[in-house]
Design a protein around this ligand. Structure first.
Ligand code: SAM
Length: 280
């Protein structure tokens, strides 16, 4: 019986070729076959890395029969690395049917992590990274695009979309129509490449910058939208003010702690006193 093989899901650079990992290089060299979204495109990367592993095309239009053939190869003990044109396979890229079928059949699937535009954009955007929702590409038609945005309007997580240059102006306009011109956004463009830019500000401000400079409508881009922020309730006390109040309450009589906390934080003394009485 043949040794069980592994399907490696290998991330490749999204621009800067130095972003390939050592493990990715080792894996691409050592596997028996590379399943690539576009063999001509990946051929250039492999040539640059001096890798001569055979390649086979695997893309979104691959038939079930082609997936089955790759699965049979894995079952025969042939190690395969899956790569896409750029970044992490399956992230708005081909690979899902192959990986899910391999897992269902108990074939070992191993990620070789690396570049991914959504993560690179978020990590340097300055928007909240605690919770986020990656939405893939926005639909091409305005009606469907607005429907998606409408659906996410009150989502408090950072929203992240991939977008193509020829739709960026229309998409940003739809963001303005549905989420309003004041919502903070970031447009991350040409990440890891020579003309990498991050435009940030309100939707209105970013649209103005994009309209003023046609270069901002070129290249690869990610739109990041700050999550919905609930209007601040009059009675809500910000976390840092509460922390100050609690620290003072541990050391001082209640009234004195509230008076001092009000002075330090600028919050109303009565509001702090009410909270202190309820929580002492
Ligand atoms: N699998 C890839 C990844 O891990 O990011 C994404 C592939 S998807 C087909 C291509 C889209 O990803 C582009 O249209 C763009 O929205 C985004 N993207 C890819 N590379 C980028 C880059 N260098 N700068 C900004 N966005 C990029």
């Amino acid at each position: 019986m043949s040794q069980p093989a592994t399907l490696y899901v290998v991330a490749t650079p999204i621009g800067n070729l130095s972003d390939i990992s050592l493990r990715a290089i080792e894996t691409l060299k050592s596997v028996d076959l590379i399943a690539a979204e576009d063999t001509r495109h990946s051929g250039r990367l492999l040539k640059h890395l001096d890798i001569s592993t055979p390649m086979q095309a695997y893309h979104d239009h691959s038939t079930q029969e082609q997936v089955d053939k790759l699965i049979v190869k894995l079952q025969q003990g042939i190690n395969i690395a899956l790569i896409s044109d750029a970044g992490t396979p399956l992230i708005s890229d081909p690979g899902y049917p192959l990986v899910s079928q391999a897992r269902q059949l108990g074939i070992r699937v191993e990620p070789i992590p690396g570049a991914c535009a959504v993560i690179a954009a978020l990590s340097a955007s300055g928007l909240s990274s605690f919770q986020f929702s990656f939405e893939g590409f926005l639909p091409a038609k305005t009606h469907a695009r607005q429907a998606i945005l409408e659906w996410r309007k009150y989502d408090e997580r950072t929203l992240i979309f991939y977008e193509s240059p020829h739709r960026i102006v229309a998409s940003l306009n739809d963001v303005r129509v549905v989420l309003g011109g004041d919502r903070p956004i970031v447009l991350a463009r040409e990440l890891t490449k020579t003309f990498e830019t991050f435009l940030s500000g309100s939707v209105d401000e970013v649209i103005e910058q994009v309209n003023a400079d046609s270069n901002q409508q070129r290249g690869e881009m990610v739109i990041l939208v700050q999550g919905y922020q609930k209007p601040i309730d009059e009675d809500t006390i910000p976390h840092d003010a509460l922390f100050t109040l609690q620290t003072l309450m541990d050391e001082l009589p209640l009234k004195q702690a509230c008076a001092l906390a009000a002075k330090i934080t600028g919050e109303k003394k009565n509001k702090l006193y009410k909270w202190a009485i309820e929580n002492k």
